[in-house]
Design a protein around this ligand. Structure first.
Ligand code: AMP
Length: 441
């Protein structure tokens, strides 16, 4: 699949080439032709899936090929986002993708002076990225008119409702032309989002690119910080100490799979491994034996594990974190299925801090860390959080002269901030109002 085969015009293809995008992501493959054809869209897609280009590219194309020139104080396409950071980020994407197109784009949001924004809007802009509150202000002051709006995007719709923008969205909805294309993107589809979609979309195409259970909350997730070289030893220790039953273990490399298998075998654990080097028949047999509970531990790489259909697994262990944060979601989705409670334990070393941060951003949750006594790492894993921030690596504590190293390490217990819930509680109300207003951008 190429971007050209999706029907994109040359100036967009050149921009993508300059950015080094070679193949469309799954959300792009599905969204681009549908949006070009003028359909409404309801997409379950999170940050990191390439969703921005999924709506930006076809919108830029439609704005270039169709419709009248933009009038003063008018806009032809609107992209609503929950925060000013996202407004800047999304606008930057539009600028990059549209660098060879003769279109005017702009971003407006609250918390900064409104006057320069009013000035900029005077000439009219083809595409405006906006937070709902500021957009409504601008509209009420006649700085922006909606008569020419032919397309509306609601990006991160769930966050907009979480942030208390329901009222503004209602106000904007009332002011927008009824005939328009609407695209709604949301990580979760709670009742209020469905209600919003029901009101705003017209026979939308539904697309979903990340498993629903990322937000199901039925999987208890833990990180255990450990030094890289002690991962196998820690796994064996946990298997015994915690009397784990059947476990599906993910390792990054084929070598990693083989090494863990050898270590476990030597200790008398019934284990099998699957990775891309093994013939398909061997992989299938390993899987069948695991499903039949003839082996306790199955160690796999992501490639080999794709499409594995194993239900009712109580536990998934990440011996290594995946390079691709989305794979984490696929991995932990092997447990906690069909309403059952599952556990996912990740053994994380200092080298993997970037991967951990990327996962936490994707799942919008700071993973709880539990140190295992006796396995506290010498190389500390810097603190991370769901904003993607990595706090400076803490200095290793100096060893006290009179006590042992273990006592010193004991002071360095990782923070155990409770995990933030992934799906925010929503009140069931007859409109898409989700409750108390929180801080706005
Ligand atoms: P998004 O999910 O829209 O926030 O995009 C996530 C990241 O993926 C951004 O840094 C994009 O620049 C990048 N990206 C989006 N689509 C592609 C693609 N087809 N090939 C390579 N990178 C991409």
């Amino acid at each position: 699949m190429t971007f050209a085969s999706l029907g994109l015009i040359d100036p967009l293809l050149r921009a993508l080439d300059a950015l080094g995008y070679q193949t469309p992501t799954p959300v792009q493959t599905q969204a681009i032709p549908a949006v070009l054809a003028g359909r409404d869209l309801m997409a379950a897609a999170q940050t990191g899936t390439g969703k921005t280009a999924g709506f930006a590219l076809p919108l830029l194309q439609r704005l270039t090929l169709e419709g009248p020139q933009v009038a003063s104080n008018s806009v032809r396409a609107l992209v609503l986002v929950p925060t000013r950071e996202l407004a800047e980020q999304v606008h930057e994407s539009f600028r990059q993708y549209g660098q060879f197109l003769p279109l005017r784009t702009y971003a407006v949001y609250g918390g900064v002076s409104i006057n320069p924004q009013m000035m900029k809007l005077r000439k009219g802009v083809d595409l405006l990225v906006a937070t709902p509150g500021r957009l409504l202000d601008l509209h009420r002051q006649n700085a922006v008119k909606f008569g020419q709006v032919q397309a509306l995007v609601l990006d991160e719709a769930d966050r907009m409702l979480d942030l208390g923008f329901a009222e503004e969205l209602r106000g904007l909805y009332a002011a927008l032309p009824k005939r328009r294309q609407t695209l709604l993107f949301s990580a979760t589809f709670s009742e209020p989002i469905r209600l919003l979609a029901g009101q705003m979309l017209d026979e939308p195409l539904s697309i979903e690119v990340s498993p629903r259970n990322v937000a199901a909350g039925s999987v208890e997730q833990r990180v255990i910080p450990v030094d890289k070289k002690r991962k196998s030893e820690l796994f064996l220790h946990l298997l015994r100490e915690r009397r784990w039953g059947q476990v599906l273990v993910f390792a990054k490399t084929r070598k990693g799979v083989d090494q863990l298998c050898e270590t476990l075998e030597a200790e008398g654990v019934s284990v099998d491994g699957i990775h891309g080097d093994k013939p398909q028949a061997t992989r299938l047999r390993a899987l069948e034996r695991f499903k039949a509970r003839e082996v306790q531990v199955l160690v796999a790489t992501d490639v080999a594990a794709r499409g594995l259909d194993i239900d009712d697994l109580p536990l998934v262990v990440n011996l290594d974190l995946p390079i691709n944060a989305e794979d984490y979601v696929h991995r932990i989705g092997r447990t906690g299925r069909a309403g059952a409670k599952g556990k996912a334990v990740s053994l994380v070393c200092a080298d993997e801090v970037q991967l951990l941060a990327a996962i936490e951003v994707l799942i919008r949750q700071t993973l709880r860390r539990d140190e295992e006594p006796g396995f506290e790492p010498d190389h500390r894993v810097p603190q991370t959080d769901a904003s993607g921030q990595i706090l400076k690596k803490p200095k290793k504590p100096k060893k006290p002269k009179t006590t042992g190293a273990k006592a010193a390490l004991g002071r360095w217990v990782e923070s155990e901030a409770p995990a933030r819930p992934q799906v925010k509680a929503v009140r069931k109300v007859p409109s898409f109002n989700t409750g108390p207003r929180k801080k706005k951008p």
